[in-house]
Design a binder for this molecule. Sequence first.
Ligand SMILES: [Zn+2]
Length: 251
Amino acid sequence: MQQVDLLAIGSHPDDVELGAAGTMLLAKKLGKRTAIVDLTRGELSTRGTLETRERETRAASAILQLDARHNLGLPDGNVEVSQENMLALVKYIRLLRPSVMLTPSSNERHPDHEDGSRLARRAAYYAGLAKIATTDDDGKPQERHRPLMVLEYMQTYAFEPKIIVDVTDVFEDRMRAVGAYATQFGRSQTGEEIPSKEPQTFLTQSGYFEWIEARARTYGMMIGVKYGEPFASKEPVGVRDFFTLVTRTVS
Ligand SMILES: [Zn+2]
């Protein structure tokens, strides 16, 4: 049984770790089932090989305690928002049947992130239409399913968040999940720099890890906790009990 509560979509393996690993870990603490669908294998990355990236992805998945992780196998650098790709993602949404779906950010530095965001949003909608026909791997017609909530996680560019999740309790493991991609960030899981002859990139520049932590600290501070993970939503977010939303301990 593949059904999960929370499904996160990433354009490249490591996108979800960078933007939403804390929220994925918190869901596990609450006893929920979680999954990631990566759209590409990140083969255009300057550093590392497909093999190292796959090994690192497995290590990160273990840290996140994911119940499932799939890869759509789209070409890195060409995440087309096409009907074919949309249907391929609809198939996973109907297989995994999440209540909440996390997508890349719609206003981004990397074109694959913006395209992944649009593709995921379209797929979340069309997965709910009965006349959009898909079949599972055994050729059986799939039941329609639409996630109840779709949130965008923050990537390089900041946005005005609709929700900030308190990830203080899981922050260490959150950073370990990012650190699992040692070839991409040039850091160990505990954050030490790993000397390498490979070229420097946007991700390995000095200060990138510190920036991730500083951002989490920035958004945490806004809600009165140490570390926060921000999310955007195009829809209004409803609550039944607003007292559970109080995270501050001082006013
Ligand atoms: Zn990416």
